[in-house]
Design a protein around this ligand. Sequence first.
Ligand SMILES: Cc1cc2nc3c(=O)[nH]c(=O)nc-3n(C[C@H](O)[C@H](O)[C@H](O)COP(=O)(O)OP(=O)(O)OC[C@H]3O[C@@H](n4cnc5c(N)ncnc54)[C@H](O)[C@@H]3O)c2cc1C
Length: 381
Amino acid sequence: MDFSITPDQKAFRRSVAEFAKLELQGDVRARETSGEFFWDGWKTCAEFGIQGMPMPEMYGGLGLDVTTCLIAMQALGRHCRDSGFLFSLNSHMWTCEIPILDFGTEEQKSHYLPRMVNGSLVGGHAMTEPGSGSDAYSMRTTAVKTNAGYVLNGSKVFISNAPIADVLLIFASTDRDLGWAGITGFLVEKDNPGLHVGKPLSKIGLKTSPTGELTLEDCFVPESAILGRIGQGSAIFSAEMEWERSCLFACHLGAMQRQLDECVQYAKDREQFGEPIGNFQGVSHKIADMRVRIELGEMMLHKVAWMKSRGKRAPLESAMAKLVVSEAYMASSIDALHLRGGYGFMSEYEADRDLLDAAGGKIYSGTSEIQRNIIARFLGL
Ligand SMILES: Cc1cc2nc3c(=O)[nH]c(=O)nc-3n(C[C@H](O)[C@H](O)[C@H](O)COP(=O)(O)OP(=O)(O)OC[C@H]3O[C@@H](n4cnc5c(N)ncnc54)[C@H](O)[C@@H]3O)c2cc1C
């Protein structure tokens, strides 16, 4: 396996980094306080081509391979502090756009993808319910066949982008007796009668990413709203999770690199006992560990990208990478706060954002325990 990246990938990473430094800044704290979505960022990202990175040119995308997308997401995570905004971007791309590309009909692709790429439509996906999270396929939302289509009833919770989404990939059971094999995905638009979107939920982290609840009350959708085949929902969900568990967590690796850069600088600048604190092994070893975590996470994510770019599935590798990167982000966020002593605890240094976002990373896309369960299953346990 070759870990080197091409001159084109390096150049693209540089341009994404420059773009993020220039266009994706602003007052993140103010947006966090107001809960305002970074619409200007969304539009400039679309103009730059971010939402279209993995999309074929025929839909207006850049047609980039998985590794290049991953490298770009890492650069965004490093240079854009609005991690909630990046989270929304990731949800849109990997849990709605990619499933439409991979499982949609030509009609669905040409209807949705060009507008998802140019930023006029926001997407999300809805699997989790009040009574089913980790045990996702025990969902209660049903889709009952009628003459002309399906009628959906149920409720969904913790849905990223729900308050701002134009189109949602909603999973429902078309046959509860079949369990996971009876789950089907439907593309439902926000003004579809019977779909009610709740108010944004108040979260402790990722505050600039709007999250909401959905209620489906006799929500009729035509057959043309089915994504893939009836009963193919779990396959769609597994495939999209491979993307999310690699590219979203590449953003976290980028954030870890930013933490590292800042901690190295702080350890050089801050003096105690007449010398820079970086001279103390207790401090420098913490920073060395932060560096090692990035290296490890990078190798694991690049392996997933390498497999996917060869058309291989990577359910085990993406679960392992998600587990390692999410736990590493948490550990580095604690270290980055601690290393600054009392200053780390002051809001000015914004260590709370990384810490709370990292806490979320151990929950969404399947909790750490669920990733371990997946890994154990591959070992026959
Ligand atoms: C910021 C954020 C964004 C999200 N965005 C979306 C979204 O866009 N769409 C969507 O559908 N969902 C979304 N989710 C939901 C997320 O996928 C679920 O929260 C997650 O899967 C956990 O489900 P739960 O919250 O019901 O917890 P539970 O499943 O109730 O788990 C509670 C605890 O029990 C543990 N546990 C459960 N089962 C087992 C087991 N078998 N073995 C060991 N431990 C176990 C869990 O690890 C956890 O610690 C989001 C969540 C967050 C926090």
